[in-house]
Design a protein around this ligand. Structure first.
Ligand code: GTP
Ligand code: MG
Length: 199
């Protein structure tokens, strides 16, 4: 699945412009700048597949990427939430789009909720976890930018996050620790997705 070429497939600025459902979709959610687009690039081994930026608010649409040879598998990059500096109306419309997509897409097999390892779970993250719990969409928390924190701090964040997740029925108890910069956690994340499609 991750050996072949991944390609851009579709960009949806609104819930009305989504592509027809086909195959299995896996989406990446998280606060602005948490590293969603970078993670997709690291996973697929394509540096500039998803557009990244050091300024929050880079991804402004739901962006669909298609796996190699019609594997029937798509990755969905999403706008970030919780970005206070963007115009209020934009933040509100991105947030609504994210929540609508997450609860209304029946071929959405898994959501990876990305959390910055330096910051841990925030209230805006909990809103998304609650939406996923209500919709019974299975999700797993992925800590990003692990290269930026000390091992001891990382252990604490993992423990605190795991404790919080016990209250969330649709969450995987296991937390993945990743860095798009060093590639840490990528084999585990790829393996999890391969298991999803039963390859
Ligand atoms: P939005 O689309 O704006 O919501 O952001 P995003 O979540 O897609 O984040 P993006 O991938 O654009 O990355 C944001 C910034 O974080 C960029 O400057 C990346 O280079 C940086 N970044 C992403 N992943 C890592 C990582 O694992 N380690 C470090 N040190 N920096 C990272
Ligand atoms: Mg992005």
């Amino acid at each position: 699945l991750f050996a072949g070429d991944w390609q851009f497939f579709w960009a949806a600025p609104s819930i009305e412009t989504l592509p027809a459902m086909a195959g299995i979709e896996v989406a990446f959610a998280g606060r602005s700048n948490v590293g969603k687009s970078s993670l997709i690039n690291a996973l697929t081994g394509r540096n500039a597949l998803a557009r990244t930026s050091h300024t929050p608010g880079r991804t402004q649409e739901l962006i669909f990427f298609e796996g190699p040879e019609n594997a029937g598998f798509r990755l969905v990059d999403m706008p970030g939430y919780g970005y206070a500096q963007a115009p209020k109306a934009k933040v509100a419309s991105w947030t609504a789009l994210i929540h609508q997509f997450l609860q209304g897409r029946s071929n959405l097999a898994r959501v990876y909720v990305l959390i910055d390892a330096r910051h841990g779970l925030k209230d805006v993250d909990l809103d998304v976890l609650n939406t996923l719990d209500k919709a019974a969409v299975s999700y797993q928390v992925v800590l990003t930018k692990a290269d930026q924190v000390k091992a001891s701090e990382l252990d604490q964040t993992v423990a605190a996050t795991a404790a919080a997740l016990t209250k969330h029925p649709a969450a995987f108890p296991e937390i993945l620790v990743t860095s798009s910069r060093t590639g840490a956690g990528m084999p585990q994340l790829r393996a999890a997705m391969v298991r999803l499609i039963g390859e």
